[in-house]
Design a protein around this ligand. Structure first.
Ligand code: BTN
Length: 267
């Protein structure tokens, strides 16, 4: 195993990994910030036609879903956010968080990671353990969705003292590959995949990516419970529909679960 000290993020290396797509993004890299999502939400850059990306080597107040904290240690993870603007008047694309999960999964697969799966609505797993999390926050104006801040955290090499609460346990890239890739390269690969999949979703809807998501569904046909609703809901995971809602086969019939503030657990 070859795991030298992880290098700090570097814009030129991100651009090199993006290749011909580099001009589509404006990437800013900070050694430290509170939360890349919070920063982009508070101070979105003016629209110059490029897709703004803010990445930080370390976050001091990283946020996860459902009010949780996303912890960070120097060199332990890749943390970044993308400001994705919607076409004027366009509805909120269904399945957005699922598409982002798919992009992260494909970038990890490109690096040679095996056993990548997706847990609805937006966790990325390797061999059943969480390797990446996604936090999407919407920017609205006059009741219209204008943009989404898409925050992604990927575990690169967690320190031994990391005690992260996660129902499935956690893993990192160092455990999946013989050599841990530089964070900048991984960022470039994820951005390229996001560009690809969000472009498909904008043109043809989530429906066209549903099969690719379901192929990686970690809980396909397995008993699951949904927490976060007034009453926990139990059933068999029957995949997702064309809007990215989870389909649950329950004793009362097929139920559709929207991805608000809910969590899925093995049943
Ligand atoms: C989760 O699994 O609960 C979602 C975690 C999302 C973490 C990322 S790290 C970059 C961005 N900035 C944040 O504060 N959170 C997201």
């Amino acid at each position: 195993m070859d795991h030298p000290k992880l290098e700090a993020l570097d814009r030129a290396a991100v651009a090199a990994a993006l290749g011909g797509l580099a001009a589509a993004f404006s990437v800013e890299v900070l050694p430290e910030c509170d939360s890349t999502n919070s920063r982009l939400l508070a101070d979105p850059p003016p629209d110059d036609g490029r897709i703004p990306v803010l990445a930080a080597d370390r976050q001091t107040a990283g946020r996860g879903r459902r009010g949780r904290v996303w912890q960070s240690w120097p060199g332990a993870g890749l943390t970044f956010s993308v400001l994705w603007r919607f076409a004027p008047g366009a509805p909120l694309p269904g399945g957005l968080s699922l598409v982002v999960g798919l992009a992260v999964a494909r970038a990890l697969e490109e690096l040679g990671v095996e056993g990548v799966q997706l847990k609805w609505p937006n966790d990325v797993l390797v061999n059943g353990h969480k390797i990446a999390g996604i936090l999407i926050e919407l920017v609205s104006g006059r009741g219209q969705p204008l943009a989404a801040v898409i925050g992604v955290g990927i575990n690169l090499r967690l320190p031994p003292e990391a005690a992260i609460e996660s129902p499935l346990g956690v893993t990192d890239l160092a455990r999946c590959l013989d050599a841990t890739p530089p964070a900048s390269r991984l960022l470039g690969l994820v951005l390229a995949q996001l560009h690809h999949f969000l472009g498909i979703c904008a043109a043809a809807g989530f429906e066209s990516l549903r099969g690719a998501w379901q192929q990686r569904n970690a809980f396909a046909e397995l008993p699951v419970r949904i927490l976060g609703e007034a009453e926990p809901l139990a059933g068999i995971c029957a995949g997702v529909d064309a809007d990215g809602a989870l389909l649950l086969q329950t004793p009362d019939g097929l139920r559709r679960v929207l991805s608000g503030d809910v969590s899925l657990r093995a049943g």
